[in-house]
Design a protein around this ligand. Structure first.
Ligand code: ADP
Ligand code: MN
Ligand code: MN
Ligand code: MN
Ligand code: MN
Length: 384
């Protein structure tokens, strides 16, 4: 410890955790940036962070540019390009990949009150969407049913905090924590880890304009959940991607790694999902339970199609998670039930009692692309 602190010119009290030793991001002094954030930059300069999804279908990429006016709507923002050969989206010889701005958020990291985060989708040189651009497909489905059905989505995003060695944060360096039971919605230093990060994330998401709706500690220690929505049309899927970016950024400050892997620890430890709650105008109206059951009937005939759409590896990630135990259903068989957490699609107890509301699709993995998931739900239940 002494040699580490001497070589880095920091006090011993700053190095009180293995994570700090391992993450250069965590021991850099964050207060230095505040000196520059106070500088008065020209008022007509706006900073914009353009976000997009890379060729893995789960990685988030970004770059910043300076604008000369405040964008009010996505079409006010310039299109942009990037090197798709460095994001698994193009070959070096024809690498320019196009970014089209689609949704605007307030930026909780930049100093200016007009600075923005811009969610984009991506297009090849020939004008076609890149293979991992599922937003384009979802937009087409939304356009067909938005007015007639008013689809709402609400997504529960589960994730796991890791230290720089890839071990769940706060887990003993050898062996395992005590079995699951006390951790879900728990409180206390022996039950939860990383609450500061979780709460910072909630505040930053609300500031950004995300329909952030709540959060809880999960069943496996170092695992957490937050909810987004319910919101109409494209909003939840855009919000979820931006909320993931914000989570990674805040965790970067703390020197902690966020993983959306659906099964970060093998064995008797819960995996991580992205339960997707879905409703239409008819489902929310009196006796909407009939419309909910009609949608479930359609879903029951499309298990394979949905499994392919519910993780970025077309079902391979979910093989590890959907094992029919640990609050999951079997990957190969569709099932549904009321208040049952071991099924593909659950009707919450409150919905069954009120005979209206929404359904919960429990199959999407935590690293799913919400554009792909919502698109599949819209197409199976409403379009086709
Ligand atoms: P649980 O953990 O019991 O499944 P949560 O409270 O974590 O429940 O999540 C409930 C989810 O349902 C939230 O994401 C919320 O946005 C969503 N939701 C609630 N009402 C609707 C609705 N009418 N349509 C779509 N989603 C909804
Ligand atoms: Mn360059
Ligand atoms: Mn939940
Ligand atoms: Mn959960
Ligand atoms: Mn749920």
């Amino acid at each position: 410890l002494a040699s580490i602190t001497a070589s880095r010119n920091i006090s011993t009290s700053q190095v009180h955790h293995k994570v700090l030793e391992n993450s250069p991001n965590a021991y850099l002094d964050k207060s230095i940036l505040n000196r520059y954030k106070k500088l008065d930059i020209p008022h007509d300069k706006i900073q914009a962070t353009y976000l997009w999804i890379d060729g893995t279908g789960e990685g988030i990429r970004l770059k910043d540019r300076v604008l000369d006016s405040v964008p009010k709507k996505p079409s006010d923002l310039p299109k942009w390009q990037y090197d798709g050969s460095s994001t698994y989206q193009a070959t070096g010889g024809n690498s320019d990949t196009l970014l089209i701005p689609r949704a605007i958020y307030r930026d909780p990291f930049k100093p200016g009150k007009n600075d923005v985060i811009v969610m984009c989708d991506t297009y090849q040189a020939d004008g076609k969407p890149t293979p991992t651009n599922h937003r384009c497909d979802m937009q087409e489905a939304v356009d067909k049913v938005l007015e007639s059905h008013e689809p709402w989505f609400g997504i529960e995003q589960e994730y796991t905090l890791l230290d720089m060695d890839g071990r769940p944060l706060g887990w003993p360096s050898s062996g395992f924590p005590a079995p699951q039971g006390p951790y879900y919605c728990g409180v206390g230093a022996d039950r939860v880890v990383g609450r500061d990060l979780v709460e910072a994330h909630g505040i930053a998401c609300l500031y950004a304009g995300i329909d952030f709706a709540g959060t809880n500690a999960e069943v496996m220690p170092a695992q957490w959940e937050y909810q987004v929505g319910p919101s109409l049309g494209m909003k939840v899927a855009d919000d979820l991607w931006v909320s993931r970016y914000i989570l990674h950024r805040i965790a970067e400050d703390f020197g902690v790694v966020v993983t959306f892997d659906p099964k970060p620890v093998v064995g008797q430890w819960n995996g991580a999902g992205a339960h997707t709650n879905f409703s239409t105008k008819a489902m929310r109206a009196e006796n909407g339970i009939e419309a909910i059951k009609a949608a479930i009937e359609k879903l029951s005939k499309q298990q394979e199609k949905h499994i392919r759409a519910y993780d970025p590896k077309e079902g391979k990630d979910n093989i590890r998670r959907l094992v029919g135990r640990l609050e999951t259903s079997s990957i190969s068989e569709f099932s549904w039930g009321i208040a049952d957490r071991g099924v593909s699609v659950r009707i919450p107890r409150g919905v069954a009692d009120a005979k209206k509301g929404y359904l919960e699709d429990r199959r999407p993995s935590s690293n799913c692309d919400p554009y792909s998931v919502c698109n599949a739900l819209l197409r199976t239940c409403l379009v086709e």
